[in-house]
Design a protein around this ligand. Structure first.
Ligand SMILES: C[S@@+](CC[C@H](N)C(=O)[O-])C[C@H]1O[C@@H](n2cnc3c(N)ncnc32)[C@H](O)[C@@H]1O
Ligand SMILES: Nc1nc2[nH]cc(C(=O)O)c2c(=O)[nH]1
Ligand code: SF4
Ligand SMILES: [Mg+2]
Length: 222
């Protein structure tokens, strides 16, 4: 099985429970959800014309729509070849759950890596049992909520992007609807905006949620 990879890089996880953890990021191409404030819009469309060789994809110096095909074995070989040191691998996108992530996560876990996926909860989550699943539901998601119940029950953490009071109200409704009790809830201000950050801090204190501020954007790393 091949995975369409837009970016593969080593950095520090900047969001959620694993914030601060050295991590290898695999960013898959393709997402039909269309969040207006998405910070990775270059991953949305899968165009065959944008397929490039692994070398071209790896040597990109800016965000582009170009992607390359990799098997799980190709990913393992590359991670070794690059000399990456991190032992934690984050699969994001785009929407990674558009494909079966089991072969990739199983191969990585077999080599001693821990795995994590970042998903919106609009597609069935098909991955290994050990994989840490971060579900980031959005309001009015194109693609809908048909599988969100199973995503919410599989979630090891829920990370909700917020900019307005309405987002907080909608999150509370989702948590009640899906009877979420013990899963850690992270509130992530949308794009470092001051008002969103203040709102996120206040709602964390009021509800005993946790704050996730996309640390990488504050310190200027990938
Ligand atoms: C780019 S998405 C890719 C994975 C998946 N499609 C999802 O939405 O979870 C990764 C994370 O970034 C968050 N995110 C995207 N754009 C953001 C922005 N402008 N500000 C804050 N968080 C953002 C998403 O909510 C998600 O938690
Ligand atoms: N450093 C860093 N941490 C991240 N955590 C989630 C990210 C994502 O785009 O899914 C991300 C990212 O793009 N960079
Ligand atoms: S679901 Fe994720 S990748 Fe897709 S548009 Fe929304 S934030 Fe971006
Ligand atoms: Mg990001």
């Amino acid at each position: 099985m091949n995975y369409k990879i837009n970016e593969l890089f080593e950095t520090i996880q900047g969001e959620g429970s694993f914030t601060g953890q050295p991590s290898i990021f695999i960013r898959l191409q393709g997402c039909p959800v269309g969040c207006s404030w998405c910070d990775t819009k270059h991953t949305w469309d899968i165009e065959l014309a944008d397929q490039v060789s692994p070398e071209v994809m790896l040597n990109k110096t800016e965000e582009t729509v170009q992607w390359a095909n990799f098997s799980a074995e190709d990913v393992l070989a590359l991670v070794k070849d690059k000399g990456f040191q991190a032992k934690h691998i984050v699969i994001t996108g785009g929407e990674p759950c558009m494909v079966d992530l089991t072969p990739l996560c199983a191969a990585l876990e077999q080599q001693g890596y821990s795995t994590q996926i970042e998903t919106s909860g609009t597609f069935e989550i098909i991955t290994t049992e050990k994989c840490w699943v971060t579900v980031s539901p959005k309001i009015n998601m194109r693609g809908g909520y048909k599988v969100l119940a199973s995503a919410m029950s599989r979630a090891n953490e829920i990370k909700h992007p917020v900019a307005t009071e309405q987002h907080i109200d909608e999150l509370k409704a989702l948590l009640a609807q899906h009877k979420v009790v013990n899963t850690p809830i992270y509130i992530q201000p949308i794009s470092q905006k001051k008002r969103a950050t203040e709102l996120a801090i206040a709602s964390c204190i009021a509800n005993n949620w946790r704050l996730s501020v996309q640390v990488h954007k504050y310190i200027g790393i990938e």
